[in-house]
Design a protein around this ligand. Structure first.
Ligand SMILES: NC(=O)c1ccc[n+]([C@@H]2O[C@H](COP(=O)([O-])OP(=O)(O)OC[C@H]3O[C@@H](n4cnc5c(N)ncnc54)[C@H](OP(=O)(O)O)[C@@H]3O)[C@@H](O)[C@H]2O)c1
Length: 346
């Protein structure tokens, strides 16, 4: 299962995120995990200046340099220790981007970074300056392809007016599909979408049941679901353990049936309940809750059964918002009753 990033950089679709390599606490294990990833056929490794202020890039170089021809190490720039007290903050001013790219070239021991991603759009620097700087670095031959991270569909569209965007790296997994519209735009344009946090939060009874049917683990089901969901998805699961790495890489060979995919895509009790209590406590805004619901309702793969529909109608059919100056609209007893019914049904 290969993908051509930017139409020319060939990688296997299941990559590896280097953020969790225990560079400081256990450098030997960190190096062993990075080497094992390459041995297992991984050809896309994700790192960032932010991960240890360049230490993660350096670690990858000590583990893997000289690199095999087919290996792509992508790094990210645009977060810097330039806060008032030297703390990390979004900073994509041209001089910062140039400096972090120079550091990355030196630390990774390469003359050119095959794929460079802007870690975050810096709201305090004009977008044209941020992307213009990356474009200059590209024209100077220091960078091959350009990507973005944590962008909305609108930001992606604006960026594409300035540069060719080869990849987007947003948080996305089976249970968190806020960026479905971005994924849709990437798929339409052939842009690689590198979902971060692809495995960590995935669980629940449905995932466990399907994992048991397949003799697989929850992490493998989460990755197999991503790989089957869209051809532009290139997951980059991260781990500091060889056993987890081997398990994750093996997920590329796992195929879910259409029926399993439909079961996985439906909301489960944990999700609906988290949304329900989140709205009531004010942790989740009504808009956010509506986004969850529209995801469940608009997903072609998601086949809601009668009980799930009932739960969603309950959740989204009642007004959970207190008015200005009011306490919650519904009594604790009423909320408890709904929740008990939710638990009985799902
Ligand atoms: N662009 C961004 O803003 C951004 C943000 C965050 C991360 N990233 C990138 O995305 C990569 C992945 O994201 P992530 O690390 O946040 O999420 P993730 O890959 O979904 O989860 C990593 C966590 O899951 C555990 N894990 C991994 N494989 C496992 C398995 N098979 N079974 C059980 N536990 C497993 C790891 O612990 P163990 O070490 O114990 O295995 C680690 O704590 C990162 O490495 C980084 O390169 C990008």
């Amino acid at each position: 299962m290969d993908f051509l990033i930017g139409g020319r950089l060939k990688v296997r679709r299941l990559g590896f995120g280097a953020m969790h390599l225990p560079a400081e606490t256990d450098p030997e294990r960190a190096i062993a995990v990075a080497r094992r990833a390459v041995e297992l056929g991984v050809t896309l490794i994700d790192t960032a200046h932010l991960y240890g202020g360049g230490a993660n890039e350096e670690l990858l170089a000590s583990a893997l340099h000289p690199y095999p021809d087919e290996l792509v190490i992508t790094t990210k720039v645009g977060v810097a220790r330039t806060g008032p007290g030297g703390e990390w903050r979004l900073d994509a001013r041209p001089e910062i981007l140039r400096d972090q790219v120079e550091q990355a070239l030196r630390r990774l021991r390469v003359e050119r970074i095959g794929l460079l991603q802007l870690h975050r759009i810096d709201p305090e620097t004009p977008l044209a300056d941020q992307l213009g700087t990356l474009r200059e670095l590209q024209l100077a031959g220091k960078v091959g392809l350009l990507g973005l991270s944590e962008v909305t569909a609108g930001e992606l569209a604006s960026a594409r007016e300035i540069i060719d965007v080869a990849s987007v790296q947003n948080r996305y997994n089976l249970h968190d599909r806020e960026h479905e519209p971005v994924l849709r735009d990437c798929a339409a344009a052939g842009i690689a979408f590198l979902p971060w946090r692809p495995v960590a939060p995935v669980g629940g009874p449905r995932v466990a049941a399907i994992a048991a049917e397949l003799g697989a683990t929850a992490a493998q089901v989460a990755l197999a679901w991503l790989l089957g969901h869209s051809p532009v998805l290139l997951p980059i699961p991260g781990t500091g353990r060889i056993a987890h790495l081997e398990e994750n890489v093996a997920a590329a060979g796992l195929v879910l049936t259409p029926a399993q995919r439909r079961r996985l895509s439906g909301p489960d009790l944990a999700e609906i309940e988290a949304c329900f209590t989140g709205v009531l406590s004010g942790r989740i805004s009504r808009d956010e809750a509506d986004r969850w619901a529209s995801r469940w309702h608009s997903d072609d793969e998601c086949e809601l059964d009668e009980d799930q529909r009932w739960a969603l109608d309950l959740l989204f059919g009642i007004d959970l918002r207190p008015g200005p100056g009011e306490d919650f609209l519904h009594s604790d007893d009423q909320v408890r009753e709904w929740r008990d019914e939710l638990r009985r049904r799902l």
